[in-house]
Design a protein around this ligand. Sequence first.
Ligand SMILES: [Zn+2]
Ligand SMILES: [Zn+2]
Length: 289
Amino acid sequence: MSSPNTVLPSYSGKPSLIAAVPFWGVHLVCLLVFFVDFSWGAVAVCGATFVTRMFGITAGYHRYFSHRAFKTGRVFQFILAFLGTTSAQKGVLWWAANHRIHHKNSDLEGDLHSPSRSGFWWSHLGWILAPDHEETQYSKIPDLAKYPELRWLNEHFLVPPTMLAVALYLVGGAGWLVWGFFVSTTLLWHTTFMINSLAHVYGSRRYETNDTSRNNLWLAIATMGEGWHNNHHSFMNSARQGFYWWEIDATYYILKALSWIGVTWDLIEPPARLFEEDTQLVEVVALAE
Ligand SMILES: [Zn+2]
Ligand SMILES: [Zn+2]
């Protein structure tokens, strides 16, 4: 782990109370699982809202909005944005703009969440809770900021998760609300955040990218394909992050199936050179300094 001194000087390194109180508040509410009536139905709802919203993050926020890895129509574009926004990870344009900055400066000065430069916990959640990056950098995302419906969603990013929480409560009562929203959202946060932290620390490296990105099967399962992070940093525009058939990538399978019925198209595939070159593991590292 890095010491606090390695936090990049341009960052405050201090969480803002306005962000930290609701963030940890959602974690605390999860403890209500011990007080609401238990049902397997509520646990199933938790799984369903986790998987559906993870798809919104991986297919939407990440592969589509950040990287334009495939094409789709304006209606499905909005559906992806809405779905991603229900995961309570701030606005779609905010997320995608910051992610583009991550790729531009991976593990270099200017990377918002580099575990090797700024410490594991900063890369996992500190950067989200700090006041440094609250504004959406529209200049990084002009291709999508031109859509008024996306700008509206980006500015009113609390509306979709609130709608989800209210709907769960109205349909299934307190049990569905606690499991389907609070537990699911907390799990979703930390699995997503692990791509910024753990996927730059633990796993194998097939490609000698200029960063610390790693491939990790367990993370790939938990995040529907995002764990092939070294693959992803080697060619970030690919709609597919599991480059080989054995590299499980659930998000890609769904995007591919959607392309068969015309909802998505022009899925960008990894270039042949990535398969022709010697792709032996470069190194396997347990924990970074
Ligand atoms: Zn990365
Ligand atoms: Zn990316």
